[in-house]
Ligand binder design. Sequence first.
Ligand code: T68
Length: 842
Amino acid sequence: HVEASIPEPQREAWLKHQVSGFKDKDGFEREVVRHVETTLARSLYNCDESAAYSACALAFRDRLILEWNRTQQRQTYADSKRVYYLSLEFLMGRALDNAILNVKQKDLAKAGLADLGFRIEDVIQQEHDAALGNGGLGRLAACFLDSLASLNYPAWGYGLRYRYGIFKQEIIDGYQVEVPDYWLDFNPWEFPRHDVTVDIQFYGNVVKSTDDSGKMISRWEGGETVKAVAYDVPIPGYDTPTTNNLRLWSSKAASGEFDFQKFNSGEYESSVADQQRAETISAVLYPNDNLDRGKELRLKQQYFWVAASLYDIVRRFKKTRRSWKEFPDQVAIQLNDTHPTLAIVELQRILIDQEGLEWDEAWNIVVNTFGYTNHTVLPEALEKWSVPLIQHLLPRHLQIIYDINLYFLQTVERQFPGNRELLRDVSIVEECQPQMIRMAYLAIVGSHKVNGVAELHSDLIKTTIFKDFVQIFGPDKFTNVTNGITPRRWLHQANPRLSELIASKTGGHEFLTDLTTLNKLELHVNDKAFRKEWAEIKYANKVRLAKHIKATTGVTVNPSALFDVQVKRIHEYKRQQMNIFGAIHRYLTIKAMTPEERQKQMARVSIFGGKAAPGYWMAKQIIHLINSVGAVVNNDKEIGDLLKVVFLEDYNVSKAEMIVPASDLSEHISTAGTEASGTSNMKFVLNGGLIIGTCDGANIEITREISEQNIFLFGHLAEEVEELRQTHLYGEHTVDPDLAKVFTAIEEGTFGNPQDFAGMISAVREHGDYYLVSDDFHSYIETHALVDEAYRNQEEWITKCITSVARMGFFSSDRCINEYAEEIWNVEPLKVEKPAAAADAG
Ligand code: T68
């Protein structure tokens, strides 16, 4: 039984006054007004949209937390295995619309807010994105939380409560400028748990001694302590009462306050300094995607978060009073990339140093508990930490890492006697100056399953970066779980009209919980009225984006033109430079046309968006070129509507919800073998857009599902990349003639000072063209010509779009989470009674 803190006789009063959420529109309005007048201390005389948002959010938040409480009680009572998803990033975006839709109260909220004088769309827009992530990895974690709750899995997310999320991007004179993203001014979605704290130790030293039985024991002593405070964020499932928990840790000084004695004796600064140093740990998200920079504060963040989370998980397990060997039957921990790999070491430390288990028994438990997901093969993104740094910060953990490595290498030596080269290659410790700990190797050795995120990627890790480990552990330890996206946010929420149209043709909203039922759409592909409405929805979404473009950039775009979109983090491997070179090529081509030829030219809007890591010089240069090209092309009277180039400032989750539904064509054009999966490719196709892409990541599986007819593939294959790179460096290397013309135009100053873009050109022409921009340029341009031809035939284009949507069922994160649950976690959903059919179906 769940322990209750209130004695039996007094419980009656509690039960009598049990709180329940609002039941109808009237009840909702009453809650909104109550929050405006009491929580916010305002009234109908000074309630603006921002106050309306706050009150509305609080009304729904109150509802969620009741279900959250019941869910936690139910899961504790059921005592079944739980999943813990450890991720340094959760890119949640806005919560209000999502909460309203998941509890199926959109119509009620809309009508209620209208009664009170507000438009729900405007109210929803008031919310600040929760942007605790960089890109795909963080957004994947957010989609997974939605699926875990929607499928009723007992699951918790664990992360860091950054005071500053990913920076806000401003474009000033064509350059990116970073502005801090302080998002916590008003956040109704988090519950501080000042009673749930963990003391986290850093630095210090290890003291060895022997116990009564003569056994060696190690104790980690001294150093400094920082306090972790839990903040809980309720995660509502769709059409289910299950409301799971995302627990984010915030750091503060262990004493909780500054040192008053120091303060009194006049040392004002140093008394506050300790406090600030502690709070620095959870202050800011590192803004790099696919890059490891090895900074001490980052390692501190990782250990702080991992240690607090494991303490919490272990504490919860201990309450069940089971024996330690049952730990992996109760707990599955998934490592989102190598960022939480120290959790492996920390659990081993807890078990041997604190709980007194023998090494082998402890290690068995550890390995059976953890699973590791790899998200990249890029060498510069693979995490390594220097031994001196770990020695200094976490001395006991370094010893344990050495022991893990020793036992591992001993088994390798037994398996492959005398193979010194292999031992050196797979060692967790890289022998260089200084020695480095290879976190991916540690994660592999300490987990029972390792997975990639799309088929090609999972094959690549087995044949390249981790091939030796396949020899050692056998192929079954390595598996694939192709990424997915939640159709709730990325269809129902982002594109409500399309969601309703699909519902009207497929017999309701079943596709939101079983995306494979989208296949019913294929029956209607020739239905005239349906096609017409389909096209109207796309057009309306484009009009909305065109308004946004006008309002934010001043550029007028024609909603009838083909909207060609590339929105994602700016990275050389993602090849936004190839896209902008392509746009320049198009510009030059149109300029050289006769008026008759121009008559036949298809109109295009080339739309870019995405942040560059603040220290990534080349990525910033790419942004500058895009803006410089826009400044010329958009003001060229000869060109008119035939080509516009726009860069959308501050791409984030809520902007994506507007951009994705408005795309005709989106670009997923990474050098083959570099993009592990990509997930926006799935979002764009699900919203009735086509894609141009390379044979990379999930593009390959999307092609298999929707058929080659419905996708524009181009470029070299992953298996050709290595040889091409070698030829660039040691053989003949000439730049593609069309690309050379583009370079000439840039160098002639067509888009401003050529010096500003010299780096991008020399990377291709002089420095080996590592990303194969020149090699793929010709087929890229030719394929864009095919796109123009296809778009000319609107009827066929719409057929392609509808057919593709109908075949996207595979890419739901629900499918993905079920695969993790079966193949990696061995957990089952906890059955719950669905609430009586809600009055509101919307
Ligand atoms: C992305 N990785 C992959 N990393 O690039 C993408 N890296 O192909 C894949 O679809 C996605 O993960 C989900 O699997 C990232 O987004 C990061 O953001 C990151 C952050 C910190 C350090 C390294």
